[in-house]
Design a protein around this ligand. Structure first.
Ligand code: FE2
Length: 599
C-alpha cells in the first residue's frame, strides 16, 4: 500500500507511506529556498519519488490534506511572502475598513501588484479571487487543486482523497509515537477546515469529534501580538515565547488583564468573554503604555493558563487524562512544559512540528486509519510509529564531487576527506564552529545533527559568536543542546518520561546544565529544548559527541540549524556552502568531505 500525503498550504510538504510506515517527508521550502513555501510541493514530490524509485502508477492513493484553502492566501503565498510591513498594510487597508468603516475592500487589488512576491503559478485562480474566504470559491478551488494534482502526477482523480485539516492534525499527533492510549485529541490553531479549536476522544484507536469552535482565538491572539511587537505573524511566535521569560511580574501584571478579559473556557470550548471588533487594533489600543517584555510575558502566561483551564475542563468532562495536542499553538513548547508540569494530566503528548507542515504525514496516517477500519485489520500493527525524522533529501557523493570541481573550492579552502570524528571534536573543543550537512535531511522545524551548526556548549561567548557572525539571530533567543542519552538525566528534569528525541519539548534543567550547557539553555529561566541522542538514532553524530565528551567531560553539543537568518535550513551542498561562505563558520562537513577556511 503506497500513500503519498500532500499538504499544499503554507509550509507545504510531502510524505510517503509504504505499508504503514512513513519513509519520506520533506517541506517544499528546502527546495525552493522560500521559507514557508506554498502550493503543490512539486520539487519535494520529485525527490520523494526518486528516492524510493516510485512511479505514479504505483501510488495507491494521494492523501490531500485540507478541504478549504483560501485562494487569496494561496496565490499571494501570504505567510511566506509577507514582510511585517505587508502584514500591517493588510491590517490598515483590508481589515480596518471592514471592521471599523463598514467597507468591503478587494483583497486582491491590494496585493496583486507586489513585485517582490513570488505568486503561485501552478493552480488555476480564475474567478476565485473576488472575495476573501468565500466558501463557494474554496469549493471550486478544491476541484482545481485535485485536477492539477491529477495532471501533474498523471494519476486518476479517483485515487486522490481529501482529508479534513483537523483529522490530519489529530491522526499525526496520535500515531506519531508508539504510546497510543485512550485519551483526548485537541487541536488549536489560526484556522483549520472547520475550527480554531477542536476536541475529539480516541478510544481503542477510534476517534470521535466531540466539540469544536471558531471562537477559540488563542492562536490568533498570539499571532497578532507577534505583529504588534514588530515581528512576523505565523512565523515569529517562537521569538515572543523566547522573550517572555525576561519579563518581570510587575510588567506582566500590567498587561495580563487585557488578555484575560478576552477569552473564557466554557466546558469543552474556549470562546470570547466579550468580543472585540477585532484583535489587532484592540490590543494595540490597550497596550499603548505597555512595555514589550511585559506584553510577551503576559501573553505567554495567558496562553499557559487558558490551555490548562481548557484541558482540565475537557479532562474532567471526558474522564480521560492522556492528551494529544496538535495545530500551530501546540508548537509553543513552554506552554507544553507548563501543561506537563501538572499532575492532573498523565501526559500531554505533542509530536514534532505539530503545525501545518506535518499534515502531509497526518493525511497518510488518516488514510491508513480509514483503510484499517474498512478492512478490519489492527491499526496498532499496521500503522507504524515514527522513530526517525531523518526522512528527507540526501546529497549524492557524485553531486558533492561535481560541485567542488565546478566551484573550484579547493582553491579557496583546505579540503580533506574522511576526517575522523575525534579530529572534528578536537576542533570544536578548541573553539571552532562547525557546520554539518550529512546523511538524510531532517523533516520539520528542528535540525537534529544532519543539517546543524555545532559548537562547544560550555561557553557563553559562543552565543555571541553565532548570533552576530553566523546567523544574525536575535540576542534574546536561546540555543539548544544535543545530549547523549546516557548523560541526559544529569542535565534534564523529565519526570513524565516524555520523548525528547526530536527537540519538540522544553524541560527544566538541573544545576549541572547551568554550568556545562550554559550556551545551550535559555539564559533567563534555564529551560532547554534538548535532543536526546542514542547511538541507534544517528551513529556518526553520536560518535562525534562521544569524542567531544572524551576531551571535555561533557556529553553534549550546542546544536542550531544550518541556515542564515530568515532562510530555510540547508538541504544540499550548495545551500550548506552558501552558509559557510556568507558567515564566519569555521568548518563545514558535507558527507565525507571536510572544508576549513584557509586563514
Ligand atoms: Fe493546522
Amino acid at each position: 500500500m503506497v500513500i503519498l500525503g500532500i499538504h499544499d498550504g503554507a509550509d507545504s510538504s510531502v510524505a510517503l507511506m509504504i505499508n504503514g510506515k512513513i519513509v519520506y517527508a520533506s517541506q517544499e521550502e528546502r527546495f525552493t529556498r522560500l521559507k514557508l513555501e506554498f502550493g503543490l510541493p512539486i520539487n519535494a514530490i520529485k525527490d520523494c519519488m526518486n528516492t524510493y524509485k516510485i512511479v505514479s502508477s504505483e501510488i495507491d492513493e494521494v492523501a490531500l490534506a485540507t478541504k478549504y484553502v483560501n485562494p487569496l492566501s494561496q496565490i499571494t503565498k501570504r505567510e511566506a511572502n509577507f514582510t511585517t510591513n505587508d502584514w500591517i498594510e493588510e491590517q490598515e487597508k483590508f481589515w480596518k475598513p471592514r471592521f471599523y468603516q463598514n467597507k468591503n475592500p478587494n483583497y486582491w487589488n491590494i496585493f496583486k501588484n507586489k513585485k517582490k512576491f513570488s505568486y503561485d503559478k501552478i493552480y488555476n485562480y480564475k474567478n476565485v479571487l473576488n472575495s476573501y474566504q468565500n466558501k463557494k470559491n474554496m469549493e471550486i478551488f478544491l476541484q482545481r487543486r485535485i485536477n492539477t494534482i491529477s495532471n501533474v502526477l498523471k494519476i486518476d482523480k479517483k485515487k486522490i482523497k481529501v482529508y479534513l485539516h483537523e483529522d490530519c492534525h489529530i491522526n499525526y499527533a496520535y500515531y506519531f509515537y508508539k504510546e497510543r492510549k485512550n485519551g483526548i485529541c485537541i487541536t488549536n490553531e489560526g484556522m483549520g477546515d472547520f475550527s480554531r479549536g477542536s476536541v475529539s476522544t480516541v478510544k481503542n484507536n477510534k476517534f470521535k469529534l466531540i466539540s469544536f469552535s471558531k471562537d477559540n482565538h488563542l492562536g490568533n491572539i498570539y499571532k497578532w501580538t507577534t505583529l504588534l511587537l514588530g515581528m512576523k505573524p505565523a512565523q515569529h511566535e517562537y521569538k515572543v515565547m523566547g522573550l517572555a521569560p525576561y519579563a518581570s511580574d510587575f510588567e506582566i501584571d500590567k498587561c495580563y488583564k487585557t488578555y484575560e478579559d478576552l477569552l473564557r473556557v466554557n466546558k469543552l470550548n474556549v470562546n470570547y468573554k466579550k468580543k472585540p471588533k477585532d484583535i489587532f487594533y484592540h490590543l494595540q489600543k490597550n497596550f499603548m503604555k505597555s512595555r514589550f517584555d511585559g506584553i510577551a510575558g503576559a501573553l505567554q502566561k495567558f496562553l499557559e493558563n487558558k490551555l490548562f483551564d481548557w484541558f482540565l475542563s475537557c479532562s474532567k468532562i471526558l474522564k480521560l487524562k492522556y492528551i494529544y495536542f496538535s495545530g500551530g499553538v501546540a508548537q509553543n513548547i513552554k506552554a507544553a512544559m507548563y501543561l506537563n508540569s501538572k499532575k492532573k494530566f498523565t501526559k500531554v503528548i505533542i509530536p514534532p512540528s505539530a503545525g501545518d507542515s506535518s499534515i502531509s504525514i497526518g493525511a497518510c496516517f488518516k488514510s491508513m486509519n480509514d483503510y484499517c477500519e474498512k478492512k478490519f485489520i489492527s491499526k496498532n500493527k499496521s500503522i507504524k510509529p515514527i522513530q526517525s525524522l531523518y526522512l528527507g533529501y540526501k546529497n549524492s557523493s557524485n553531486d558533492v564531487k561535481k560541485f567542488i570541481i565546478k566551484k573550484k573550492l579547493s582553491d579557496k579552502y583546505i579540503i580533506k576527506k574522511n576526517v575522523t570524528s575525534n579530529k572534528i571534536a578536537l576542533k570544536i573543543y578548541n573553539g571552532k564552529i562547525v557546520g554539518r550537512c550529512v546523511g538524510r535531511m531532517e523533516f520539520g522545524l528542528r535540525a537534529l545533527g544532519n543539517r546543524s551548526i555545532l559548537c562547544d556548549p560550555r561557553y557563553f561567548s559562543n552565543i555571541r559568536k553565532i548570533n552576530t557572525k553566523i546567523k544574525n539571530r536575535d540576542f534574546w533567543m536561546p540555543f539548544t543542546p544535543t545530549i547523549l542519552s546516557e548523560d541526559f538525566n544529569k542535565y534534564i528534569k523529565n519526570t513524565k518520561n516524555l520523548n525528547a528525541s526530536f527537540m519538540s519539548m522544553a524541560f527544566e534543567t538541573k544545576k549541572l546544565a547551568q554550568k556545562d550547557l550554559q550556551a545551550a539553555i535559555h539564559p533567563a529561566d534555564y529551560t532547554a529544548r534538548p535532543q536526546k541522542l542514542s547511538k541507534n538514532d544517528n551513529e556518526s553524530y553520536y560518535n562525534l559527541i562521544k569524542e567531544f565528551k572524551k576531551l571535555s567531560g561533557v556529553g553534549a553539543l550546542l546544536n542550531t540549524s544550518l541556515n542564515l537568518h530568515g532562510l530555510p535550513v540547508a538541504r544540499n551542498i550548495e545551500d550548506a556552502m552558501y552558509v559557510f561562505e556568507n558567515s564566519e563558520l569555521d568548518i563545514l562537513i558535507v558527507e565525507n568531505y571536510y572544508f576549513e577556511k584557509n586563514l
